[in-house]
Design a protein around this ligand. Structure first.
Ligand code: GLU
Length: 227
């Protein structure tokens, strides 16, 4: 079983060790790849590896820091267990990044339409359509990251929980869920969102499970929920 975690600092401290600790907690479940992306100003620092978490840890630059990040333990359903297929996945223009649990049943038709519109793909996963659809929604005029996510949700068939970050909307994580669990945690220092309470242990004082079909926008100051 795969797992996802996202953390936003509320006090400017780096979230990297919290995220890697959360991934470690999620590792008691089976997985075949792991990855993390953190935002530093206008840049994303993304690292991902097939196989066990230790492969990712060995590949990380020791100086990686950031106040906002998302990460994933992958259990491959579409595409083999390779570095390229591990999450996170970026949009064609590298502006949107996503981690995803679940299956998108209609990804082939979504991918075909995106290819016709000039988007390109690097992985064999179903997931990679999500960041590209969000990039497209933003280009089509969505006025916020959460609006772009809400615009694409009617297009998705299947089960999912996913987390998104965008260079255009720094230090924000948008979370969406349909028939897959996502738990939100809060402490005075950080907001955390993860696919299991196990990932939030020690990182949050209060937790709440998101409702099905819920979309949540999280930044350092607030959490906003949309249905
Ligand atoms: N379907 C996606 C993939 O194969 C996500 C799998 C998962 O839930 O880890 O990459």
């Amino acid at each position: 079983m795969c797992g996802i975690i996202g953390v936003i600092s509320r006090n400017e401290q780096s979230v990297v060790s919290d995220i890697l600790g959360g991934l470690g907690c999620l590792s008691s479940r089976g997985y075949d790849g792991a990855g993390i992306v953190v935002q530093q100003g206008a840049s994303f620092h993304l690292h991902k590896r097939e196989g066990k978490l230790v492969n990712l840890l060995n590949s990380l630059d020791e100086n990686i820091t950031g106040v906002c990040g998302i990460a994933h333990n992958r259990w491959a359903t579409h595409g083999g267990a390779t570095d390229t297929n591990a999450h996170p996945h970026m949009s064609s223009d590298d502006s949107v990044v996503v981690v995803h649990n679940g299956i998108l049943e209609n990804y082939l038709s979504l991918k075909a339409a995106l290819l016709r519109n000039g988007f390109h793909f690097q992985s064999d996963t179903d997931t990679e359509v999500i960041p590209n659809l969000i990039q497209q929604a933003l280009e089509d005029g969505a006025k916020s990251l959460v609006k772009a996510v809400m615009d694409i949700i009617p297009l998705l068939e299947g089960e999912y929980a996913f987390l998104v970050m965008s260079k255009k909307y720094p230090e924000e994580i948008v979370a969406a869920t349909y028939e897959r669990p996502l738990i939100l945690g809060v402490s005075k220092d950080k907001y955390v969102v993860g696919s299991s309470e196990i990932a939030l242990v020690g990182l949050s004082d209060k937790v709440v499970e998101l409702g099905d079909n819920e979309v949540v926008s999280i930044n350092a100051n607030s959490v906003s929920c949309y249905k």
